[in-house]
Design a protein around this ligand. Sequence first.
Ligand code: C5P
Length: 317
Amino acid sequence: MRSYSLIAPAKINLYLEIIGDRSDGYHELAMILQSIGLADEIDVRSISSENIHVHCNHPQVPTDKTNLAYRAAELMVRQFPEAFAKYGGVEISIKKQIPVAAGLAGGSTNAAAVLVGIDLLWKLGLTQSELEELGSTLGSDVPFCVAGGTAIATGRGEQLSPLPSLDNICIVLAKYRSLEVSTAWAYKTYRQQFGDSYIRDSDNLEARANAVHSGAIVKAILDKDSGEIAQKLHNDLERVVLPVYPQVFQLREIFANQEGVLGTMMSGSGPTVFALFESEQQAEKIKLQVREAIVDEDLELFVTRTITHGIQVASSV
Ligand code: C5P
């Protein structure tokens, strides 16, 4: 039976602005998303029984329908019943490197990999935009994870405009293993606290979403000016997460005060904090310094870099 091994990279948010409410209960966003080298490995294999099986080496990751990768496979079964009947069920193995519930789109990138993997297994020949459209029904970050790279994301996060690739900006990620922040909680709390400032009329909403295209951080990305990018990092959700999670606030402070850090920010709804660097040497140095400053085995630190792609096929047999 045929199988594909896929690389599923994490993402960080270089920019996250909450603009207003949507009629579907979500938020209108203007974001800049960036793929990073930290990635999971997903193996997708056809099996003779008509089932979906998910395995994962990480004890915290569910293997039932609550796993977005499982739901991605179910979606493909529903959408392409003839292919399912022809090729049979799917076994999905997830080798986790990306911390879970971290604001790094770990679940979303696994789901994107399953869509890409089943498209290949079942020889469907779906286009990137078809895969993205399927992905948008699973989660707001799934469409971006398909092609990855650097992109502006508006709407719920699913409307993508690619930006020129930013490769080789070095990154340190910091996440407390046992600390999780619920994305739904972060957005709900933001609405409670700052909903008064939301833009209400659709013309102004569209104008604000369009404004990000000509904003300072996009200019810095076009100029490939990593120092300027780092100065323009922004995440509205920090306003609700940092006051409630002092450990995340402390990580932000420690990174901000280290020499050589170009800029630092929480990713997505957190609790991962990232810092940007010119060189890997500097990133490794600061990683050690943070490790010395916070003596806590619960704290995970990763050195990685910006990359120019989303889901990639590593091998097929
Ligand atoms: O789309 P996804 O499942 O990743 O979103 C998780 C939660 O984050 C949603 O249930 C919603 O509460 C919140 N969210 C939002 N607006 C967005 C994206 C997510 O309110 N644009």
